[in-house]
Structure formats: structure tokens, C-alpha cells
Write a protein that binds this ligand. Sequence first.
Ligand code: AMP
Length: 228
Amino acid sequence: MSDRIYLVLLGAPGSGKGTQSQLLQEQLGIPQVSTGEIFRYNLKNETELGQLAKSYYDRGELVPDEVTIRMVEARLAEPDAARGAILDGFPRNLIQARALDGITEPHGGIALVPLIQLEDDVVSMRITGRRLCRDCDRVYHVTFNPPRGENCDSCGGVLYQREDDKPETVQNRLYVYYKQTSPLIGYYFAHGLLVEVDGEKSIEAMQEQLVALLVARNIGLKGSAVSA
Ligand code: AMP
């Protein structure tokens, strides 16, 4: 029985998964679960998990599966995820994908896997121009999605560039994506869950395309504007 909605957003780092899933959570009424964001929170607060993740994170490598999977399992068991979640940055390899199948299957499995497609050179430009809010993690881009002022539009927090968004680390993150994460494209295609989204579109156009894909499959949107 399907009593929850689980979406997995796939795509290279910088393809817009974070921005799109932040927008989608309002439409769907389920939270975005970003593993990168959880790691950043733990790094900032110097928790045990943060200390464990730090060396991998700083090099753009994947944090070990057992740690990441346990962390996601705990996050998906929290009350705000009782109707499902939008997964951003997880799974990132086949072991994680199989673990996610195990977690979601009792609730009807994964509803859809939108893959955001983007050329590598555009990806690099997107990543190096990205800025984040220190307080609420909202994502901006200096050219394509700038804040109105110097600080975060949502909460007034200070914006910063992620250490791993600097050019030295970006190449390695792309390498890790192609080697470890891109096999998931075939995996989800074979499960009939993959849909492609054009990552070159504007943020608004991409969101519209995503919403249309969900509506076409009757995947629960709240609010009359999209569910009509
Ligand atoms: P992101 O914000 O999704 O680009 O993630 C930033 C970093 O967090 C990655 O480069 C990894 O070091 C770590 N990370 C995020 N998600 C995962 C995951 N699913 N598995 C392992 N490491 C991850």
C-alpha cells in the first residue's frame, strides 16, 4: 500500500536538486531530506557525526555508506516525514539505493525519480557561483538566482560559499558522481521510475516541468493551483 510519497532527485552536484526540492516540499507538504545539508549541520556544530564526515566531505568523497544510511533511516522516521520525503543527494550509489528500497517498500516504495540533466561545463559554473545561507541553508546563485540584498531573503542570514564548491574540489565531486552515482540512472530506469528534466531551464520552468510530471502520474500535490 502506498501511504507515503518518496521522491528521489538525481543529478550531478550543482544541477539544481536542492533548489527544486526546496520548492517542491511546499507543493507536496513533505520535507526535503538533503544528506549534504545534514552533514553540513553536523560539521558546523562539530558533532561526532560531523567529525566523522569531515575528511570525506572536504575532499568531495562519499561518507561511508553505513553511516549515511543509518542517518537517513533515522531522519525518515521523524514525525515530519510521516507522509514521505523528497530525497536530495541520497542515494548516491547502488548500496544506498538498495537500502532506500528496503526503507520505503513497506510504504509503497519510491514514487518517481526525476533526473536533472545538465552539461558538465554548466555544472561547474553553477557550483562555483553557488552561495548558501549560514542559518537556513537556502541556496542562491550569484548570477542565476541572486538574493535581493547581501543577506538571505528568507531569514537575513549571512551567505557563504561551501568549501567543497571551490574549483579545486568540484572536479573530484563530478568524478565521484559519474563513477558512483550515475549507475543509479540505469537502476531507476529499469524500475520504471526515471523521468528526465531539462536542467538548463530556468528555476521556475524546471519547477513547472516537475509539477507537470507529478500531476501526470497522480502523485499527491496539495493546493488547488497544481492539483486542479
Ligand atoms: P551535497 O550537498 O549533496 O553536494 O553533498 C555534499 C557532500 O556531503 C558530498 O560531497 C559528500 O561528502 C557528502 N554526502 C552527501 N550525501 C551523501 C551520500 N548520500 N553518501 C555519502 N556522502 C554524502
